[in-house]
Design a protein around this ligand. Structure first.
Ligand code: HEM
Length: 390
């Protein structure tokens, strides 16, 4: 979304200086309805599981209530300039990031609209002026808000389509290269293992220490290359899930067992209730969770901040929620936008495929993967899998 988009939608609804002036007359009266508007807005969210589930905790809810107040204030007081538009675009992007289904944006505006209209009628009656200009201005500005917020969903859709097209050809190439690489990498790994064994048999001090150091380095490098080859293959194949019923607690254990290199990072698993089950492809979900766990451990290790990852699984009325939360350094805003893109990585030992594979696996299950993070306060990856409670 850019300036041209903003100019276009403003021109289309014919929003101009007289509308801005009319809206400004509403600003002093707005505090009369703000509390009720905010409480009604979030009260309604609580009644709809699919809206409620994008909310993570009370701190976020408090932040949101404040955001909504600021939004309502700046909607009427303006100035309706480029900065105003950019702030609006960010709201839309944030909703897309947290996985808020698009219809709730429309529905939320539908709940806000009558309250604002009623206030407009009240203000007009008090001042003895015709309510028409204010009502028209309100209708236009709410349409602008909606157009901007909905455009973010469309942008996401276009980005996904472009990516799918690009990966069509690239994916085939990646699949064949990875397939060819698997064999030589397997040979290298086996030989390294045997060499390590031979080295261990030698009398202490009979071999330069550099030999062991370099062998370990080659081992790490070849393990990374093997992971890359196998992830590329998984990515390109995009295997369909094979669902069956399984215990969620066992899924968490399997995911933890798949991540060998945890380097002292504490990992805690919790399942609520402990005997909860799910119906999905347990192999694919374990891989998705293992990818998230591996990332969390690497983030903690590299930044030497924090030291604990928590894996949680729980049933909720709409399905299954899986969470991987770490207390590491968090993800900087500029990376957060891009971490799900294939081959995007910020780590020297990252393949840039873990998160995009994870997202694909979850979406193939009809689920959603989202992240919430702030620099310095860790990252929380949440998987939502819709399914009937069993
Ligand atoms: C009229 C419709 C809505 C408006 C005007 C609105 C406004 C906002 C604003 C101003 C922000 C802060 C954006 C930023 O970080 O810069 C935000 C974020 C967010 N909104 Fe909405 N919102 C709307 C609908 C909803 C609905 C229906 C939900 C359902 C739960 C929702 C959930 C969220 C969440 C989870 C965030 C991210 C908060 C965070 O992590 O800090 N929003 N919204």
């Amino acid at each position: 979304m850019d300036r041209a988009f903003f100019d276009q939608i403003r021109a289309y609804v014919d929003f101009g200086a007289s509308d801005a002036a009319a809206l400004a007359t509403l600003a002093p009266a707005l505090p009369r309805i703000l509390d009720e508007l905010v409480e009604d807005f979030y009260g309604e969210i609580q009644r709809h599981d699919e809206a409620r589930r994008v909310l993570v905790d009370d701190a976020q809810l408090a932040r949101l209530k404040q955001s909504l107040r600021d939004w309502a204030r700046t909607m009427v007081s303006g100035p309706h300039d480029l900065r105003w538009f950019e702030l609006r675009s960010r709201i839309g992007q944030r909703h897309v990031e947290v996985g808020l289904p698009q219809r709730f944006v429309l529905l939320a505006i539908a709940r806000i609209r009558p309250r604002l209209f009623r206030l407009a009628l009240e203000v007009a009656a008090e001042s003895g002026r015709s309510p028409e200009p204010l009502l028209f201005a309100l209708a236009k500005v709410l349409d602008l808000e909606l157009a901007i917020m909905l455009e973010s969903y469309l942008e996401l859709h276009h980005a996904r389509v472009r990516q799918a097209e690009r990966l069509g050809t690239l994916g085939q190439l990646a699949a064949s290269v990875s397939h060819e690489l698997k064999n030589p990498l397997g040979v290298i790994n086996t030989s390294l293992h045997l060499l390590g064994g031979e080295l261990a048999k030698l009398p202490a001090g009979s071999c330069a220490p550099a030999v062991a150091t370099h062998l370990a380095r080659i081992q790490r490098g070849s393990r990374l290359a093997a992971r890359l080859a196998s992830q590329l293959l998984d990515f390109a194949r995009g295997k369909q899930p094979e669902p069956r019923s399984f215990a969620l607690a066992a899924l968490l254990d399997d995911a933890i067992a798949m991540v060998e290199e945890r380097d002292g990072v504490e990992v805690e698993a919790r399942c609520d209730p402990p005997d909860a089950t799910a119906h999905a492809d347990p192999g694919q979900l374990a891989q998705a969770l293992a990818n998230l766990l591996r990332n969390a451990c690497e983030a903690i290790r590299e930044q030497k901040v924090g030291g604990k990852v928590t894996l949680r699984a729980r049933r909720d009325p709409l399905g299954v929620v899986l969470v991987v939360a770490d207390d590491g350094p968090g993800i900087a805003a500029e990376h957060k936008e891009r971490i799900f893109e294939p081959l995007y990585t910020t780590r020297p030992t990252g393949t840039g495929l873990g998160l995009s594979i994870t997202r694909d696996l979850i979406e193939a299950h009809g689920g959603r993967l989202s992240v919430s993070t702030a620099p310095g306060s860790g990252a929380v990856f949440t998987i939502l899998l819709p399914q009937a409670t069993r």
